[in-house]
Ligand binder design. Structure first.
Ligand code: ADP
Ligand code: MG
Length: 236
């Protein structure tokens, strides 16, 4: 069984979707089997960042017994696989928790890495996403408000039995107002796994619908993400 890692934050817009999409592609480029699970119903934009259109069958259709799991798995760039999750509250309530757990186990057996793009905040759907992964990576910006919100997410994940691996600092500018890596590690009590710089190429790539690590693999943000992928894949 592969690793399942949920990417979460307190605040929205910290870069979860960007990170999951590009990390997934980078891991696939290293030869890993990767499944990305889009668990953000309100902002289901993972497939857009990957340039994929028309992915109508979601995990919910599978949960509802209306589709097979294989029908909800779509192939993206570099062979990365994407499952539209769409954890809507209404549908989650209807689904049997045991069926969801069984499905997650099945998905975990199909890949080396299952990366889960979680919704922001601590609503029911966000907490459900935290439950789906065995491990947690916090995606945060190096600002105090983002960090304190991320701390809440981390504490809830721990309570649920999801292991916090560390934090990714995204949109780092090295301005004086930013917290330092040491300060952030002291607050969150997890290691900083990567520092992804503010990089205008991120938005350009997403406007093209091509993942940054493919569109511009030598841009600063792409390099930071590929280094993280190498770390996670055990390549040094
Ligand atoms: P989330 O999924 O956490 O809501 P996104 O990945 O959608 O966040 O990113 C939010 C916005 O920030 C997007 O417009 C994205 O293009 C931009 N962004 C993310 N990371 C960077 C970065 N390192 N440099 C510049 N812009 C970024
Ligand atoms: Mg997102």
């Amino acid at each position: 069984e592969g690793r399942s890692i949920v990417f979460a934050s307190g605040k929205g817009g910290t870069g979860k979707t960007t990170t999951v999409a590009n990390l997934g592609v980078a891991l696939a480029q290293f030869g890993k089997e990767v499944i990305l699970l889009d668990a953000d119903i309100t902002m289901a934009n993972l497939s857009l960042v990957l340039g994929m259109e028309d992915i109508p069958i979601t995990l919910h259709d599978v949960l509802a017994g209306e589709a097979d799991l294989k029908d909800a798995i779509y192939e993206g760039p570099a062979g990365v696989k994407v499952i539209p999750g769409g954890l809507s509250l209404e549908k989650i309530k209807k689904a049997k928790p045991e069926r969801l757990r069984q499905l997650i186990r099945e998905i975990g057996q199909m890949a080396d890495f299952v990366l889960i793009d979680a919704p922001a905040g601590l609503e029911m759907t966000s907490v459900t996403a935290l439950l789906i992964g065995k491990e947690l990576i916090i995606v945060t910006n190096p600002e105090i408000s983002a960090i304190t919100d991320s701390l809440k997410t981390k504490l809830i994940a721990e309570k649920l039995g999801t292991l916090p691996l560390g934090a990714i600092l995204n949109r780092v500018t090295n301005e004086k107002t930013e917290l330092t890596q040491e300060e952030i590690e002291a607050i969150l009590e997890v290691p900083v796994l990567a520092m992804i710089p503010e990089d205008p190429e991120v938005k350009r790539a997403s406007a093209y619908g091509v993942p940054l690590v493919i569109k511009n693999p030598t841009s600063p943000a792409a390099i930071a993400i590929k280094q993280l992928a190498a770390k996670l894949a055990g390549i040094r």
